[in-house]
Design a binder for this molecule. Sequence first.
Ligand SMILES: Cc1ncc(C[n+]2csc(CCOP(=O)(O)OP(=O)(O)O)c2C)c(N)n1
Ligand SMILES: [Mg+2]
Length: 586
Amino acid sequence: MTDRSDQQAISGAASLIRALEESGVDTVFGIPGGAILPAYDPLLDSTRLRHILVRHEQGAGHAATGYAQATGRVGVCMATSGPGATNLVTPIADAHMDSVPMVAITGQVPSANIGTDAFQEADIVGITLPITKHSFLVSRADEIARTVSEAFHIASTGRPGPVLIDITKDALQSTTDFHWPVELNLPGYRPVSKPHAKQVREAARMLTEAKRPVLYIGGGVLKARASTEFRVLAELTEAPVVTTLMARGAFPDSHPLHLGMPGMHGTVAAVTALQKADLIVALGTRFDDRVTGKLSSFAPHAKVVHADIDPAEISKNRAADVPIVGDCREVIADLVVAVQAEHAAGRRGDYAGWWEQLNAWRRTYPLGYELPADGSLAPQQVIERIGRIAGPDAIYAAGVGQHQMWASQFISYENPYTWLNSGGAGTMGYAVPAAMGAKVGMPDRTVWAIDGDGCFQMTNQELATCAINDIPIKVAVINNGSLGMVRQWQTLFYGKRYSNTDLHSRRIPDFVKLAEAYGCVGLRCESPEDLDKTIQQAMEIDDAPVVVDFVVHQDAMVWPMVPAGVSNDEILAAQDVRPDFGDGEE
Ligand SMILES: Cc1ncc(C[n+]2csc(CCOP(=O)(O)OP(=O)(O)O)c2C)c(N)n1
Ligand SMILES: [Mg+2]
């Protein structure tokens, strides 16, 4: 590595900017303020860093996440102390839940003032301790460059996650020598990436002996950039595949081995395959409660192979018979070799009977929806048509709610890194800023935010950021006039008592006028006849952000559904439709 040290004394702030540049950062999303102000001065001179001035720090955080999820690089956001920093709490928690590599930089009050309730003082390290992979409080200029280097290393290696660097104002203002590269000083941080060969061989042996295996893959396969390797494994074994909400796109939806998404709103085939499996090979996934349903009745007949880079995940929720700690790409590559060895020795899994059953479930209970009898727009149809027209090369970022589930169900994901959403935290307000971050990282791709009328009202101020900074995202507001997902639960579990879920957003705000006020193009679509035309119109605009207000039927519901806390065996394919699995438990 070439030494890019600077013997001249520079400010801590300048060393921060230099360190970010040397770390390969090209974009920082943020808002300045008193404590971080020194860092904004040298930023003005940087030719390698683009700072995008957002309208709310939450927007900066989700933009960093969207950028990271779309590109695989570390996303960076920056804020001042106190309220600037606390506005980052939600996106930091969100990135933590979804293992997104992010570095959040916050200014802190001068070190002499810490603990005095100084103006805009907040103990952001303390506040975010449980929701970061690591956090640093830096109070000396000399430590800034090293800390930046360590933060990027920690955020992006092992199980990725958010790292906070809180820097006191005096550290930014005092002088230091700049040295790069720095020697990392991280005793005890050594993520294991190479899996244990014996465990991998055991997993391969179990795969060939199983009669009803399922390959259950999660976001870790995407984080490890292992989609290509995984496809080889799937095709070699010919075992069925299910992809979690976080793994949509890791394996093509059109692939015949793909059963779809498991979990609360998964396909009948995917959910039931796990329930009836005799072997689950879990790769980069964490047996989340939204996948397992009632844990004690989840996949009662299955032995479990569980591979994850984070040893804390293994046997956390479901005991693993074969635990494998390692990077998913290496695990999968080694599994391919081990399965090939099994085949060479004349041992090959026979899943013919299993596929017969799976195909019957797939045929009988495909994903579907009904068109509203009154001729109004079905939200599912809107989303399906956007997916068809924008195609598999576009990137889709969803909000949280019914529209998110429909976007995961009715858009066909063929490529990795084309589906971005807030899976673990379920953060309303994620879509617009995440789409903005994705578009900045992938400027040549079409980026659609599929948002709810509720979610959109939490972070739509970033439309101003998009319009001003030439970030032409497209936003589909799936306007059902309500907090639809909550309303769905009220319909099903609270006797249709609709307490505080009516947003009246067919009327207020006027999303078309709102879009126009922000310098975007605003369109509205209210009937199926105009659907394709309106989407095409939005597709043709590439010099400004576009917002389409899709006014949809209010009563559409997300199916299939496993009600919270019950066994996945109780899955409902649609309202009052309990699948017949031929086991007499209709
Ligand atoms: C920040 C936040 N607050 C509250 C919730 C609870 N919640 C989950 S979905 C939902 C409704 C979302 O409404 P909308 O954006 O209109 O989406 P829809 O379900 O109607 O498609 C709510 C309130 C949440 N997930 N996140
Ligand atoms: Mg809604």
